[in-house]
Design a binder for this molecule. Structure first.
Ligand code: NDP
Ligand code: BG6
Length: 513
């Protein structure tokens, strides 16, 4: 660490705190914000929500009068709840001395109420406790539904009927899955809208909160050099790749009902595609951005079964260790055909993208963990170096890679001359490598999204018409696959996935990056 990086860190720190103070009503004496995590005993709450709330608190990003409430059926006292939450907290940001002090302060703001998700009476009891904490201030309430989707509507009905005393805002964060096809998604939306206005519903897709997804628009719209290339004229294909090097461990029951297309392609990868391909929005306001996303999604051609390849991982032994098959999971029905891998080729039928394949690929239990956007550019027309030196100069086409995780980076592959008296070409990276460029750690997606929800910023949340059109795209092919009982191609745990994905890319004369 040099004095310069320390100084830069301090500046960044000051800036983020000040930004938070400006927007989150940080110093507001008159109003209180309570964040109720419904399903507080669950996996997501422990893994993501409590750590994210603590980091926001640590960064001085939560309002002065905030309280965190856990709500679930499990019986716990406030003390037991604090004990549970404390085990989930880490001093991620840095190891400054006051971290454990900050943890204690945060935990003192945490309370718990045990109740059923469909009991108005239990939510009335919760309401009473919330009011005690609000202390007569303007009450702003954020509910985070971290529960299985079949109980979303009951919980919203009970929370809204008991919230008689709310004189500020009420917002509800809804976790995916938002249904499993067009019909069930529409039914969920109708159910929620019985009790909430659209602007109270914050449908979370945590990929939109990832730093590099946020940076995608900055890259496109604040640099002169990318936007002119952002079309069929220069881009040959775009690849959206998600892979995990572990299976569905522990979530097989949930997963088997949905499969990888609903779990990753229909939401995370399609959202990235929409941001990648949308036209320039009128402004950075939520509705302007979401209007453009809907427009591009509505321009997509129907997804054909012949443009989809699916797979499922099977058991594999490597180095004396046997890795399980998907169907070895006790919560997965024997003989399940649910895909744990899918690749798809999608097309946007508009002037900018006509004919450009957008290839998506997502899989569990593959050889690596990564999420990337790869933009492969066309060949240089009339390439002078090919003409003069023949094919032995074998140049690669340019490729822009946006690595969302791990080890975040944006790099552009270019051709350059190897230094020396001869003429040899090389392929090098112009690399914005985050770890080298910024010493500050990148916030977790849930931190950004929770802060946005507290601030009422909807830009990174999914509007209901966006959701409808996303389901319209995937529902027919999902139904066809189920009707035709398509059998996934089996691939070994820890491999690169089924060869079907390579055939799919080859059909468009492409290779996966
Ligand atoms: P859990 O299965 O851990 O459920 C959360 C809590 O809900 C449990 O602690 C339990 O609390 C209660 N609950 C569980 N099953 C039932 C049931 N059948 N009926 C009533 N209550 C039940 O879920 P997660 O925390 O994993 O996920 C929460 C939500 O977030 C889900 O919608 C999930 O799809 C979504 N999600 C989860 C991710 C993850 O990584 N875990 C990632 C992305 C989305 P109690 O028994 O104390 O009431
Ligand atoms: C969730 C999926 O939405 O995203 C999981 O349901 C997946 O199956 C997870 O593991 C991946 O998120 P991340 O942020 O770890 O890449």
């Amino acid at each position: 660490e040099t004095p310069m990086t320390r100084f830069k860190d301090e500046l960044l720190k000051i800036k983020s705190s000040e930004e938070c103070k400006d927007v989150a009503g940080f110093d507001n004496e008159e109003s209180a914000v309570t964040i109720t995590v419904v399903g507080a005993s669950g996996d997501l709450a422990k893994k993501k929500i409590f750590p994210a709330l603590f980091h926001l608190y640590y960064e001085d990003c939560l309002p002065k009068h905030f309280t965190v409430f856990g709500y679930a059926r499990s019986k716990m006292t406030d003390e037991e709840f604090r004990n549970m939450v404390s085990k989930t907290l880490t001093c991620r940001i840095d190891k400054r001395e006051n971290c454990s002090e900050k943890m204690d302060e945060f935990l003192r703001r945490c309370f718990y109420h045990s109740g059923q998700y469909d009991s108005e009476e239990n939510f009335v009891e919760l309401d009473k406790k919330l009011r005690e904490q609000e202390g007569g201030r303007i009450s702003n309430r954020l509910y985070y539904l971290s529960i299985p989707p079949n109980i979303f509507i009951d919980a919203v009905r009970c929370a809204s009927s008991s919230a008689s005393s709310v004189n500020g805002w009420t917002r509800v964060i809804v976790e995916k899955p938002f249904g499993r096809d067009s019909e069930s998604s529409a039914a969920l939306t109708r159910g929620l809208k019985q009790y909430l206005e659209e602007d109270q519903i914050f449908r979370i897709d945590h990929y939109l909160g990832k730093e590099l997804v946020e940076n995608l628009s900055v890259l496109r719209f604040s640099n002169l050099i990318f936007e002119p290339l952002w079309s069929r004229q220069y881009i040959r294909n775009v690849q959206l790749i998600f892979s995990e090097d572990f299976g569905t461990e522990g979530r097989g029951g949930y997963f088997d009902h949905y499969g990888i297309i609903r779990d990753i392609l229909q939401n995370h990868l399609l959202q990235i595609l929409a941001i990648f391909a949308m036209e320039t929005p009128v402004s950075l306001k939520a509705e302007d951005i979401r209007n453009e996303k809907v427009k591009v999604l509505r321009s997509m051609k129907p997804l054909l079964l012949e443009n989809v390849a699916i797979g499922q991982y099977k058991s594999h032994t490597r180095g004396g260790i046997t890795y399980p098959a998907y169907t070895d999971d006790k919560t997965v029905p024997k003989g399940s055909r649910t895909p744990t891998f899918a690749a798809a080729a999608l097309f946007i039928d508009n002037a900018r993208w006509d004919g450009v394949p957008f290839l998506m690929k997502a899989g569990k239990a593959l050889h690596t963990k990564r999420a990337e956007i790869r933009v492969q550019f066309r060949h240089v027309p009339g390439n002078l170096y090919n003409k003069s030196f023949g094919t032995d100069l074998d140049q690669a086409t340019n490729e822009l890679v946006i690595r969302l995780q791990p080890d975040e980076a944006i790099y552009l592959k270019i051709n350059n001359k190897v230094p020396g008296l001869g003429m040899r070409l090389d392929n090098s990276h112009l690399n914005l490598h985050y770890a080298a460029r910024y010493s500050k750690e990148i916030p977790d997606a849930y931190e950004r999204l929770l802060l946005d929800a507290i601030e009422g910023e909807r830009r990174l949340f999914i509007r209901s018409d966006e959701l409808d059109v996303a389901w319209e795209l995937f529902t027919p092919v999902l139904k066809e696959m189920e009707e035709k009982k398509i059998i996934p191609e089996y691939y070994p745990y820890g491999s690169r996935g089924p060869v079907g994905a390579h055939y799919l890319a080859a059909k468009y004369n492409l290779r996966w990056g």
